[in-house]
Design a protein around this ligand. Structure first.
Ligand SMILES: *[C@@H]1O[C@H](CO)[C@@H](O)[C@H](O)[C@H]1NC(C)=O
Ligand SMILES: *[C@@H]1O[C@H](CO)[C@@H](O)[C@H](O)[C@H]1NC(C)=O
Ligand SMILES: *[C@@H]1O[C@H](CO)[C@@H](O)[C@H](O)[C@H]1NC(C)=O
Ligand SMILES: *[C@@H]1O[C@H](CO)[C@@H](O)[C@H](O)[C@H]1NC(C)=O
Ligand SMILES: *[C@@H]1O[C@H](CO)[C@@H](O)[C@H](O)[C@H]1NC(C)=O
Length: 500
């Protein structure tokens, strides 16, 4: 009897705590991020974060009842400040606010409201004129690095490792040999970039050089906001890193080559991939999927299917092996190939190919499989941001940020031959609370390392460091093509004022 009463009281209390509604305390709620300093931090889309907090100081972990409202006020050459605002609800009581403005605005005020009350320190008054990222308005490099809080990247492990073998680079001495080694038009595509006096020149080698458009756009975007150091580099446009360790090169020393993917057996210097860089530069523009929009919560954890999911091309044997596993364990894995190209003759066995599904729909599933393609799978940043658990295949390929990832903190490792996939999925099913921790740590990692601001920082910290190692004069060659930078306005007026 007593037990029964105790039990009933317990259930009653439990229901009370469950039902007691968490109320947003607007003053205690948090608002932070680079988008609150739009006069100093210029990004394609400015962004900041809001996290709801209740009166006891506890952060929300589920959506708030009402929505946060954001307004950008100010004057522009055409009257009122024109802005485009987009709020991404992360489903955990936090939101990402991103916005763009037309040419420029002054007397800017950013209002963040909840239920008709200002949140945190809102309204935020911006002292200086705010320019669109489309304006040509470069800041001096060191000032830019300071304004953009790039200091975390000045000690970046990957940059240090990559540049370790290139303390002094004399391109006058190695240029001819580098081209002799890598000018192989049928198999290698690379471009020589020269940056001098804020102009960018290039010459490409190889048959398939279309991907140069990504680096062109990157340098063009960076040059609008920061003065680039004079420098030159060779960029590999292909998938596979080029500068092999060991063998012939032991005598001549490695050749410095920039690549979007690195590997343990090469000396290539890694840049953020063209994929994440494009989604940074085209944020709120041409791209549908980027590191901000992917955080939108469409499938709350409780509604997700408890299965591992994979869609992708047949660009590696293990992806086909995964199809075998999915057939054997249909209640654990949902995997299909979207396109057969590399193993076309095995389409009968591993097909039929299935249509692409929206990347956001991957997150209908609790577990995401990151299996290498030709090289590292460039989807990893998005998978880490999406609110599902990532299983990452062991790999000697890496992107610029992998060295900071920790197994069982940010992802669950799986063996290269996938032999432990089933065991690891089973582990995840039995350790839900650990899994949720990993998912939330992965998101925090994304917020600290892979947001647009960080992609900008990584490029500029690397370029600055690189430029100091070049000991031959940086010259434009007569057969180089000059890039045409695009911008829609300039801020000459501001520079004049700053000089006074
Ligand atoms: C909004 O404010 C009103 C009045 O202060 C209050 O009664 C109401 O509960 C609030 N709504 C939310 C969703 O917090
Ligand atoms: C760089 O190499 C060129 C050609 O070998 C040589 O003439 C020059 O002195 C070197 N520069 C430095 C600073 O070592
Ligand atoms: C696998 O996933 C796709 C896409 O979400 C879904 O349409 C399909 O029904 C799933 N298959 C199984 C067997 O659950
Ligand atoms: C995972 O779950 C299993 C079975 O419930 C348990 O024995 C094990 O201790 C858990 N591991 C961790 C790391 O929590
Ligand atoms: C830049 O513009 C000029 C003139 O319109 C054109 O001839 C040249 O090919 C362009 N350069 C590039 C790299 O597109």
């Amino acid at each position: 009897m007593l037990l029964q009463i105790l039990y009933i009281t317990f259930i009653f209390n439990l229901r009370l705590t469950l039902c007691k509604e968490q109320v947003v305390d607007v003053k205690k709620s948090l608002v932070w991020g680079p988008g609150l300093k739009p006069d100093h931090i210029v990004l394609p889309a400015r962004y900041f974060f809001i996290h709801a907090v209740d009166e006891s100081g506890k952060k929300f972990s589920s959506p708030t009842n009402a929505k946060f409202k954001v307004q950008i006020k100010g004057n522009s050459p055409h009257g009122k400040c024109r802005s485009n605002i987009n709020i991404i609800d992360r489903g955990d009581g936090s939101n990402i606010v991103r916005y763009t403005i037309g040419d420029w605005c002054e007397n800017v005020e950013i209002d963040v409201q909840y239920n008709n009350s200002h949140v945190a320190q809102s309204p935020y008054f911006i002292r200086n004129k705010v320019y669109s990222e489309r304006c040509y308005c470069p800041q001096e490099l060191n000032l830019w690095l300071l304004n953009n809080d790039c200091s975390d990247f000045s000690a970046d492990k990957q940059i240090a490792w990559d540049l370790h073998s290139f303390k002094r680079v004399n391109f006058s001495a190695i240029r001819d040999n580098l081209l002799k080694r890598y000018n192989a038009p049928e198999s290698i595509s690379l471009c020589h970039y020269v940056v001098k006096n804020q102009e960018v020149w290039r010459k490409c080698y190889g048959k398939y050089t279309g991907f140069k458009m990504f680096m062109d756009a990157t340098l063009s975007a960076l040059a609008r906001v920061v003065y680039l150091p004079d420098m030159e580099f060779y960029l590999n446009l292909g998938d596979w890193p080029l500068s092999k360790k060991g063998g012939q090169q032991r005598t001549s020393g490695p050749y410095p080559i920039f690549s979007w993917c690195g590997s343990d057996d090469t000396y290539d210097i890694t840049l953020p991939t063209y994929d994440i860089t494009e989604s940074t530069i085209e944020n709120m523009g041409r791209v549908m999927l980027d590191m901000l929009s992917v955080q939108k919560s469409e499938y709350p954890w409780e509604t997700k299917e408890e299965k591992a999911f994979f869609r992708g091309r047949d660009s590696r044997r293990e992806r086909l092996q995964l199809i075998d596993l999915a057939r054997k364990y249909p209640d654990l894995i949902n995997a299909s190939i979207t396109n057969f190209f590399f193993f076309r003759n095995e389409e009968d066995k591993y097909g039929p190919k299935v249509p692409h599904i929206s990347f956001m729909d991957f997150f209908r599933y609790k577990y995401q499989l990151n299996i290498d393609g030709a090289v590292a799978a460039y989807r990893l940043p998005y998978l880490l941001a999406g609110g599902s658990l990532v299983f990452k295949q062991d790999s000697h390929y890496y992107e610029h940020f992998y060295s900071k990832l920790v197994a069982y903190k940010h992802f669950v490792p799986i063996k290269r031959d996938l032999s432990d996939v089933i065991e690891k999925i089973t582990w995840a099913k039995e350790n839900e609370s650990r899994v949720k921790e990993i998912v939330s740590t992965a998101r925090a990692f994304v917020e600290e390392n892979l947001m647009p601001q960080h992609i900008y920082c990584y490029h500029m910290v690397l370029f600055k460091e690189w430029s100091t190692r070049l000991i031959a004069p940086v010259d434009v060659f007569p057969d180089m093509e000059k890039l045409n930078f695009s911008h829609t306005c300039t801020c000459k007026e501001k520079q004049l004022r700053d000089e006074l």
